[in-house]
Ligand binder design. Sequence first.
Ligand SMILES: Nc1ncnc2c1ncn2[C@@H]1O[C@H](COP(=O)(O)OP(=O)(O)O)[C@@H](O)[C@H]1O
Ligand SMILES: [Mg+2]
Length: 252
Amino acid sequence: MAVLACFSIKGGVGKTTTAVTLSHIAAQLGMRTLVWDLDPQGAASFYLRATPGEKFAKSMDKNIKRLSRYIVPTAYKRLEVIPTRFSNRRLEDLLSQGSGSDKRLKKILFPLQLQYDLIVLDCPPGVSNVAANALHASDVVLVPTIPTPLSVRTLRQLRRYVRELDCKATVWPFFTMFDGRRSTHKNIRDYYLGVHTEDMLQSVVPYSAQVERMGVAKRPLTDYAWSSPPSVAYRNLFEELQSEFRRLEQGR
Ligand SMILES: Nc1ncnc2c1ncn2[C@@H]1O[C@H](COP(=O)(O)OP(=O)(O)O)[C@@H](O)[C@H]1O
Ligand SMILES: [Mg+2]
């Protein structure tokens, strides 16, 4: 099992889009995949048509430890989800209690390791107990980054945060919402993928109205537009990630 966190300090950068799309690709390619929607905004649950009822949400807030109870199927083979809804805001408190609380989520996930090939954590934005727990539980932290100066600056803050937490995960940023008509986007992409190549994935997801349609279609992008340019970019990104997963498997 590999654990992948879609994380950024910033909101609205494509974390959920990435979590849902990559999970769908993984499942299509034969991997048993679980998405855990850790953001009470519940966008991943919405895209996968799995928003839970109030009763489910209440029981989840009472006993998060028995996680397998909260796994539900999606419309897609091999793709399951732990959904959430806006009332599930207690996770932050549940993960802050007692010593070693930063590693609690990792412990909760442990019993699932034989059940899945890939677990994807869709994180809320910002630094929080949930974020710290997700980072400690992950092998790879995938950071969607819009090619602007401020986003690249935030990336440096994120790396510092991961170092301060003493996380072992590999941090992999990639560019998304890339608009080739904007010179700032092009200059930043060329610099970070050509000159300063350190630790940045090569796949670039373009800005595309096809991606925005996810909210209307309530389906993963790769379900309704498998061959579109952003889907191809996400499939390339997944291939890049797979080599990292293989390396992790060999190290175990
Ligand atoms: N490559 C893209 N092209 C166009 N719009 C995108 C792209 N990626 C994400 N979006 C849109 O940007 C908004 C924020 O994306 P989302 O994945 O919800 O971000 P986050 O989870 O980081 O808050 C959504 O409306 C989404 O449809
Ligand atoms: Mg999100």
